[in-house]
Design a protein around this ligand. Structure first.
Ligand SMILES: Nc1ncnc2c1ncn2[C@@H]1O[C@H](COP(=O)(O)OP(=O)(O)OP(=O)(O)O)[C@@H](O)[C@H]1O
Length: 272
């Protein structure tokens, strides 16, 4: 089934971000060891696993920020090695873990950075003029993340949850095909965490591919697909029902847990 999202066009079967037998080091440590996974446009996928499982390292390799020792990343059917930095930056958006935003800047200006407005702000030579289409894309990203109403406020005046949505808006402003989020709900209370997940789901329903590293398994249970890493390897991949089993949770986290179905959602309950 194909979907249409604002500015993202038709989603076809080749709209994937793929890791093929990927081996990646973090420093000298082999943090990702033979991971294969396919992330699709139009899907919200969560990468889960205990501390040190290799989640962030995998995300950085998918973005082309860390080069693999072996294996490859393929984006829209082409090896990432063949993509220019500029092409990659337009296609893959990234919200890093604990990424700070400039406190004194106004929200709209921060979101404009997502379309390269920094080239003007920082006195660099712009490669193209700022256009009405850029302005529209910024407004669209602000609207989609429900941040338009405080677009004129300064970042320093916002709550943690509001800042996270501004970061999301900046990433979306570039008009990417895939959005990669590293622990986007970290330090957020339950309500804000849920809100970030709701936005991620909504973007995926609009045609974007969303890949988020998540620690909270009950938030991850709201994803379309899960990838469970352990020791740099894939322990399980598939739907939340397939991945969040007591056996997998015990193998990955050494945790005894019950998994119960509540309506159409799974709930993980750790046992003492
Ligand atoms: N610069 C580095 N030098 C050496 N080892 C590193 C470096 N960065 C990460 N590692 C190790 O690589 C492994 C994977 O790290 P990574 O950050 O990808 O895991 P993670 O699953 O994202 O963990 P967390 O949930 O704690 O953020 C860990 O064991 C970590 O200690």
């Amino acid at each position: 089934m194909s979907k249409r999202g604002s500015g993202q066009g038709e989603v076809g079967s080749g709209d994937t971000l793929e890791a093929r037998d990927l081996h990646v080091r973090a420093g000298s440590f082999p943090a990702v060891r033979g991971v294969s996974a396919t992330f699709r446009a139009g899907e919200f996928a969560a990468v889960i696993g205990p501390n040190g499982a290799g989640k962030s390292t995998l995300l950085r390799a998918l973005l082309g920020l860390s080069l693999p020792d072996a294996g490859e990343v393929r984006l829209l059917g082409r090896s990432l090695r063949g993509w220019s930095r500029a092409e990659r930056a337009r296609t893959l958006a990234y919200l890093a873990q604990g990424e700070g935003l400039p406190e004194g800047a106004r929200v709209r200006d921060v979101v404009s950075l997502g379309r390269g407005a920094g080239a003007w702000t920082w006195g660099l030579i712009p490669t193209r003029p700022w256009t009405g289409a850029d302005e529209d894309a910024v407004t669209d990203a602000l609207t989609r993340t429900d941040t338009l109403r405080f677009a004129a406020r300064r970042v320093g005046e916002l709550s943690g949850g509001e800042r996270q949505r501004v970061g999301l808006a900046r990433a979306l402003a570039a008009g990417p095909r895939f959005l990669l989020l590293d622990e986007p709900t970290n330090h957020l209370d339950l309500a804000y965490g849920l809100e970030v997940i709701r936005h991620a789901r909504c973007e995926a329903a609009g045609g974007l591919g969303v890949v988020a590293v998540l620690h909270d398994l009950n938030l991850a249970a709201r994803a379309d697909r899960l990838l469970l890493l352990h020791g740099g390897r894939v322990l399980a991949g598939g739907t939340p029902e397939e991945v969040l089993t007591p056996a997998h949770l015990h193998a990955a986290y050494g945790l005894r847990a019950r998994v119960v179905q509540d309506g159409n959602r799974l709930i993980v309950i750790p046992e003492d």
